[in-house]
Design a protein around this ligand. Structure first.
Ligand code: NAD
Length: 258
């Protein structure tokens, strides 16, 4: 049903835990992809692997650190040179300090907003400039942009999911709605996905208790599996969602429903 043949996709945060299977699925559906990440080594490796598997399609990579706005300019120069235009932009970047409320300084709070919120805004605006025929923008938000972390899930010495993360994600939710309205007349659709708990096993190798506490908070009784974000992102990226604009899809097993 979904078709991404010849679509020029720029994926920011392309080699993260949730992004990686989505990137592979997009390639399988025929897309050309620019993999953008602060982890440029991994982005280069995945671009090479994709080129080997799908030699007819174009795969490239670029460095980006949203904390350094000059890298955004350089990255878009490369995108323009390689693709000329963008059909679909996805951003799965993330930034936060792992701090308690009492530990934040104004500087540390602003650092998160500069990288996560202002950075995402700049990525969206520069992408829209390369969408003269319209396009689709999909931003990763989070359940923690809608609800606060339940402290009972986070046992010391683990800290609860930090406040700056949720504040930035809540800001992104409003950015999605604002830009959906602002760019609607240009047929640039702006939507979001709001993942629930998708703990990366690499980050919690021995913490089965934590995963069990998360499982209990999900109506379907388990955390998300790595591949389970792809459907919502690809739906919003593709023309199948041509009348969906300003919407944020919860992919959280029902975490935010009760
Ligand atoms: N995994 C979850 O449980 C979960 C839950 C809710 C929301 N999310 C959101 O989903 C998205 C993907 O999450 P994930 O778990 O795959 O995270 P991840 O850390 O595995 O992936 C994030 C990617 O973005 C890159 N990145 C980080 N900071 C960057 C920067 N400043 N500039 C450029 N690239 C940068 C990283 O190198 C990485 O490849 C994020 O936006 C995250 O906030 C994840």
């Amino acid at each position: 049903m979904f078709e991404l043949k010849n679509k020029k996709i720029v994926f920011f945060g392309a080699v993260g835990y949730l992004a990686t299977p989505i990137v592979w699925k997009m390639a399988e559906l025929g897309a050309d992809l620019m993999l953008v990440d602060i982890n440029v080594e991994r982005a280069s490796k995945v671009a090479k692997e994709l080129s080997l598997k799908y030699p007819e399609q174009c795969f490239d990579f670029s460095y980006l650190n949203t904390e350094d706005y000059s890298s955004i300019t350089a990255c878009f120069e490369k995108i323009k040179k390689t693709f000329g235009k963008i059909d679909i932009m996805v951003s799965g970047i993330s930034a936060a300090n792992n701090l308690l409320v009492e530990e934040f300084t104004p500087e540390l709070m602003n650092k998160t907003f500069a990288a996560h919120l202002t950075g995402s805004f700049l990525l969206a605006r520069s992408s829209a400039e390369l969408m003269p025929d319209g396009g689709s923008i999909v931003i990763f938000s989070s359940m923690y942009g809608q609800v606060a972390p339940d402290p009972s899930a986070y046992h010391a010495p683990m800290k609860p999911n930090p406040i700056d993360y949720g504040m930035a994600k809540a800001g992104l939710n409003q950015m999605i709605r604002y830009l959906a309205v602002y760019w609607g007349p240009k047929n640039i659709r702006v939507n979001g996905v709001s993942p629930g708990p998708f703990p990366n096993p690499a980050n919690y190798p021995d913490d089965n208790d934590f995963i069990e506490r998360l499982d209990k908070k999900v109506p379907i009784g388990r955390v998300g599996k790595q591949h389970e974000m792809a459907g919502a992102v690809i739906y919003l990226a593709s023309d199948e969602s041509s009348f969906t604009n300003g919407h944020i899809i919860n992919v959280d097993g029902g975490w935010t429903a009760w």
